[in-house]
Design a protein around this ligand. Structure first.
Ligand code: GLN
Length: 385
């Protein structure tokens, strides 16, 4: 191919390849145990795969409706009502989308104009800032408080200005594995009362909350639900991150605007997969048992690293365990993550990449959505460091 010789003014001049891709690639190159990128190394349920065969052979291979297959929208609304006590109208308030990343991006694109401020919490999951910046928005950061990664609500209040248009929250949180409490949500509800600020609530780990705690969805809080896009995904819930199917719930007025952008962005999500998910959602146990499943894996990994010099931070949700390493080295987390992958054959994610400026504390994120055998082998290596 000849080269493009015109001027390119990048809309994302500082963005490179995502850390997940970089570390997974490095892990593969060095034949390391990959505890970096967040995806299960085990397959989804056989029953789910059988449903794929059924629905891909059912003559449903053309465009589904723009907002999503009605039976899936109904099943999502039922699940949310059952879990959080809020009834979203499948017709006007539930939209099926090709993944949560897409849902977040589209919500940002729907509302953010040049110069609009968007409040984000740092460390921030990697797709938030680029979505805001591509739209000309201005990210305004509030730092989560190490080591519990709680929110100082007085700081949030200070960050709100007349130009604040949106806030993006994420509970359970990637990469910190913290969760917001009911008290947090009530604080937020109070702060936003009488404002026009829209909330994007990333709840993709909604079913992975540990130690008997409840997931505090925006759907539970009327003052938040009325201004929120609740974004979730089936990727983590059913061990199918490659399916890229999720959903966005929002009041009718917000959904109407969202769908205007969605219909010219991807227009629809994968059709047959929506039928598969609609049927599988009837099995409540599949999502209700997920927290216990991952808590077992978290505890296995924690037990495995107990004898190590790493210091575990609380993991209250998601499938990530953060380990601080002050007792081991003062290397930068990026350098350590690369070195451990190359030399010790275990890959992780350096948490500083989710900040604008590397923070004083140094932490590596380990994904425990892996077979018990892999987790044990990974932990054994960490104990020798
Ligand atoms: N969300 C996953 C993680 O945090 C990765 C998804 C991706 O690779 N973009 O590891």
């Amino acid at each position: 191919m000849p080269h493009f010789s015109g001027r390119i003014s990048s809309k994302l001049p500082h963005v490179g390849t995502t850390i997940f891709t970089v570390m997974s690639r490095l892990a593969a190159e060095h034949n390391a145990i990959n505890l970096s990128q967040g995806f299960p190394d085990f397959d989804c349920a056989q029953e789910l795969r059988d449903l794929v065969t059924k629905y891909f052979n059912a003559g449903l291979n053309q465009y589904p409706p723009m907002a999503g297959v009605p039976r899936l929208r109904e099943a999502i609304a039922e699940k949310v009502e059952f879990l959080y006590g809020a009834r979203y109208d499948p017709e006007h308030e539930v939209t099926v989308v090709p993944g949560a990343t897409y849902g977040i991006f589209t919500a940002v694109a729907t509302f953010i104009r040049s110069g609009d401020e968007v409040i984000l919490f740092e460390p921030a999951y990697d797709c938030y800032v680029p979505a805001v910046e591509v739209m000309g928005g201005v990210p305004v950061f509030v730092e989560l408080q190490y080591p519990d990664y709680g929110i100082d609500w007085a700081r949030v209040q200070q960050a709100i200005t007349p130009r604040t248009r949106m806030m993006i929250i994420n509970t359970p949180n990637n990469p910190t594995a913290s969760v917001l409490s009911g008290e947090d949500m009530r604080m937020l509800e109070g702060l936003l009362r009488k404002t026009d600020i829209v909330v994007v609530s990333d709840e993709v780990y909604e079913h992975i909350v540990f130690d008997g705690h409840q997931h505090q969805s925006v759907a539970r809080f009327p003052g938040l639900a009325e201004r929120s896009f609740l974004v979730s995904s089936f990727g983590k819930t059913y061990h199918v991150t490659g399916w890229k199917t999720g959903y966005v719930l929002a009041p009718r007025e917000l959904t109407a605007e969202f769908r205007k952008v969605h219909q010219f962005n991807s227009f629809v999500a994968n059709g047959p997969i929506q039928h598969v998910l609609a049927e599988y959602l009837q099995k409540r146990d599949a999502y209700l048992s997920l927290a216990a499943f991952y808590q077992g894996k978290r505890d296995l990994f924690l037990e495995g690293v107990k004898a190590s010099r790493f210091h575990p931070l609380p993991s209250r949700g998601t499938f990530f365990q953060n380990l601080a390493y002050d007792a081991i080295t003062d290397e930068r987390d990026m350098d350590l993550a690369v070195r451990l992958t190359r030399e010790r054959k275990v890959a992780s994610i350096p948490v500083s990449v989710f900040y604008r400026e590397p923070p004083a504390h140094r932490v590596l994120r380990f994904c425990f959505a892996k077979s018990d055998e892999t987790l044990k082998r990974g932990a054994e290596i960490l104990c020798k460091i």
